[in-house]
Design a protein around this ligand. Structure first.
Ligand SMILES: Nc1ncnc2c1ncn2[C@@H]1O[C@H](COP(=O)(O)OP(=O)(O)O)[C@@H](O)[C@H]1O
Ligand SMILES: [Mg+2]
Length: 316
């Protein structure tokens, strides 16, 4: 009986001593342009993203080239960003118009598949750490959502995957043209900030990522999206909901988490929490804040205006 798709296919990559031949063993997921497969060589596992580029338009080809370059650059050991699958190589098959991206396989479930039986705070902290480091490296991911985050329980580490829309804007360097491409996934995209085209793109991308983190975390903690999806037919409807601030307030049992989520779902992108601040907040305990409130102890090293903001949230 023939095996489905690419199962059994061998792919060789690397050069010289590092040349390896891996064999595809299992399909992991199917996406819009391609699919992701698990591959093995002896006891090593790999993830292989297979993308058909032949029918892509120029815009999508640019994004694909960018995905490979971005992943290659940020997963260099020197860049030191944990939580991103390591890139090994890419292989182009011109005969069938396919590109294979060979990367580290991350065992685990995506946030979409994770149940309640997980340490949600650990997942949240780990995700915020990754975004903090990415933003520090001037990279916006532009497609943060539950299906692009894998929780590796063994390492207690979240991994952010799918750099198909990522964009790096280094200071004092020309802005790449992909920066202006309107990419993202409905529900998780900050359409209000996307439309603020009088404000330079490099000022908007990171806050837009933080909105996506906010929607993702709300859904992860509360179990549904932070707005009424029944009345949404198009991206314009999402824009209107956000513009009119018809966003639900997070009210989980964890007050710090509520503060983080509500801060991220602020519809003013430029007042919204940054990854570095939100990551810091996620390591505080509510009792730290209550100490501050009751005994006027300055137990946390937050700058005063941030502390004030956080106290307001916790008091609610
Ligand atoms: N490195 C990886 N290790 C394990 N699973 C992965 C890896 N990369 C992606 N996946 C899985 O494949 C799915 C699709 O991959 P992704 O890069 O998001 O493709 P697409 O661009 O089609 O969304 C992800 O949701 C995740 O479940
Ligand atoms: Mg994806």
């Amino acid at each position: 009986m023939p095996k489905p798709g690419l199962i059994g296919k061998s792919i060789s990559f690397g050069i010289g001593k590092n040349r390896q031949t891996i064999s595809i063993v299992e399909k992991i997921a199917k996406g819009c342009f391609g699919s992701v497969w698990k591959a093995c060589h002896k006891d090593q596992t790999y993830a292989v993203k297979v993308v058909g580029y032949a029918k892509m338009d120029e815009r999508d080809k640019k994004l694909l080239a960018n995905e490979v370059n971005c992943l290659r650059e940020i997963t260099q050991p020197a860049s030191g960003i944990p939580g991103i699958p390591r890139y090994y190589d890419r292989y182009i098959d011109n005969d069938n118009g396919k590109l294979y991206i060979i990367m580290q396989y991350i065992p685990g479930k995506t946030l979409k598949e994770l149940g309640d039986d997980v340490d949600k705070l650990a997942v949240t902290r780990s995700l915020l750490q990754i975004v903090k480091k990415l933003h520090k490296a001037h990279i916006a991911h532009r497609d943060i959502k539950p299906s692009n985050i894998i929780w590796c329980a063994e390492e207690q580490q979240a991994y952010l995957v799918d750099f198909g829309f990522a964009c790096q804007i280094k200071p004092n360097e020309p802005i790449p043209d992909i920066a202006e491409f309107p990419v993202g996934t409905p529900y998780y995209t900050d359409y209000v900030t996307r439309k603020l085209d009088k404000i330079r793109i490099e000022k908007r991308l990171k806050p837009m990522d933080m909105w996506s983190v906010g929607v993702t975390l709300y859904e992860f903690w509360v179990g549904k999206l932070p707005f009424n999806t029944a009345c949404i037919d198009s991206a314009d409807d999402i824009f209107t909901i956000q513009k009119r601030n018809k966003i639900y307030t997070a009210r989980t049992k964890n007050k710090i988490i509520n503060a983080i989520i509500n801060e991220l779902l602020s519809n003013n992108a430029f007042c919204r929490g940054k990854a570095r601040q939100m990551s810091y907040w996620s390591y505080l305990e509510t009792s730290d804040i209550l100490d501050v409130l009751s005994e006027d102890l300055f137990v946390c090293k937050l700058p005063p205006e941030q502390l004030e903001k956080l106290i307001k949230y916790v008091k609610r």
